[in-house]
Write a protein that binds this ligand. Structure first.
Ligand SMILES: [Zn+2]
Length: 452
């Protein structure tokens, strides 16, 4: 129940005090949440785990959350987050980025390796992993660089990063492409020893020299250097063939073109071990926005056409694209609020991901909430080999979950964001839904839409 005059979304109200079970915050009873969008049920959390689900559970001293009308999803998992620390703490830190992640419903993020210094040694990935533990807003899994200093010439210490406390399983030079076919082959071969995966930022460097936005009608109109779809597609095709050749795991980052979808569908049809992700912005926005010359729409890979957007949505719906990944890429104002050609590539995305997927995939009837749980939690957790995330909401699973209110629409307002950056293309856009609460192993990181 909502208080009269309260905002359109039900507030989380907690009642009850733990008696025998002090401290009470070890136990929560979530009442009448729709588990992955299904029928309403209660969810009892105790000692970090889901103890019981079902109708009409007794509180037994647990703190009670009235979740009537809310959808419970397994905690979201992002395979692609730029936390910028170490080195660019003016743009984001592990602390601020993971706070934004929790507010977006995430319980785990993978921190990309293009920091300063790059995360190319056991020392740096352990530093990022430790900062994540200290921040406590969500689990941070560092991505290791494929090549030393992301320079594309020599393999980084992949084995040492895999063996480190950070237990790295995903390796990527993201921001740059591993364009050398021999290095890519060696990396794919190397990570097989520890069930790792190479996540490729597919961008043929020569075909994209000076490129500013999608090559097409819009780049011609604006007189800016175009970024052809083939620069992405050619690398994806090559990498699928390489992965098959050495029987290793390839993950394709931020797929952005209809042609890329066709190649991935073909590779999967062969039974090759290829997975792929799409960003929320590529599911909703097109290159026509560049007509404004507003660099908030400048991103790598670029926004594409409506035909591409339709293909990406269909591919996420049918599973050709496995998951949504934010590519949260914070930049300080001075790097974005400048002329287009000088501006940095990238957009923030952690806090808006679920709302954008709701708009692009659920409102359009392409995915139901069980599908969202699969594409934003279960599958990315599987790709990252995370045992403690992406589990179904049932007794015995770790209590990592998010409560989402699908009712109502509101303008996206970045002003209160804990992120250090504000480069979101969704500011002011009317989007559905609201993340109400997030739990990490039974502890609330977000309650009533605010950091707990
Ligand atoms: Zn990238």
């Amino acid at each position: 129940m909502t208080d009269p005059g309260a905002p359109q979304t039900p507030a989380v109200r907690t009642t009850g005090r733990a008696g025998a079970h002090v401290p009470g915050r070890n136990a929560w009873l979530i009442k009448r949440a729709r588990l992955a969008g299904g029928e309403p049920a209660d969810l009892l959390i105790r000692d970090g785990m889901i103890a019981e689900t079902g109708p009409g559970l007794g509180s037994g001293g647990a703190e009670v959350i009235d979740a009537d009308g809310l959808i419970a999803l397994p905690g979201l998992v992002d395979l692609h987050t730029h936390l910028r620390e170490p080195g660019r703490e003016d743009a984001e830190t592990v602390q601020t980025g993971t706070a934004a992640a929790a507010l977006g419903g995430f319980t785990a993020v993978h921190a990309m390796a293009n920091t300063e210094p790059a995360a190319d040694t056991a020392g740096v990935v352990e530093q990022v992993w430790r900062l994540g533990r200290q921040a406590g807003h969500c689990d941070v899994y560092p991505v290791g660089a494929v090549t030393q200093d992301l320079a594309g010439s020599q393999l980084a210490e992949l084995g040492a990063m895999a063996d480190s406390a950070a237990r790295v399983r995903i390796f990527s030079d993201d921001g740059r492409c591993v364009s050398d076919a021999v290095l890519m082959r060696r990396a794919l071969e190397y990570v097989k020893a520890f069930d790792g995966v190479i996540a490729q930022h597919a961008q043929e460097p020569r075909l994209t020299e000076g490129a500013q936005l999608n090559e097409g009608e819009m780049s011609g109109k604006l007189g800016l250097a175009g970024w052809p779809a083939v620069a992405e597609e050619a690398v994806i095709a090559r990498d699928c063939l390489l992965a098959a050749h050495v029987d290793s795991r390839l993950h394709v980052c931020h797929v952005s073109t209809a042609g890329s979808v066709e190649i991935i569908r073909w590779a999967k049809g062969k039974g090759w071990r290829v997975t792929a992700e799409v960003t929320p912005h590529h599911l909703l926005l097109t290159d026509e926005l560049a007509a404004s010359y507003d660099p908030v729409y400048k991103v790598n890979p670029p926004l594409r056409t409506a035909v591409d957007v339709a293909a990406l949505r269909a591919a996420l719906a049918d599973g050709t694209i496995d998951c949504v990944a934010t590519d949260h890429a914070p930049h300080p104002a001075e790097d974005k609020e400048t002329e287009w050609a000088a501006a940095a590539f990238g957009m923030t995305g952690l806090e808006t991901a679920l709302r954008v997927v709701h708009e692009a995939m659920v409102e359009t009837g392409l995915l139901d909430w069980a599908g969202v749980a699969d594409r934003m939690s279960a599958r990315p957790a599987r790709i990252g080999r995370l045992a403690g995330h992406g589990q179904p909401l049932r007794a015995g699973s770790p209590a990592c979950l998010t409560l989402y209110d699908p009712a109502g629409r509101a303008a996206m307002d970045p002003s209160g964001s804990p992120s250090k950056s504000r480069n979101t293309p969704f500011a002011g856009m009317i989007l559905p839904g609201r993340v109400v609460a997030t739990f990490l192993r039974g502890a609330p990181t977000v309650l009533d839409g605010k950091l707990a």
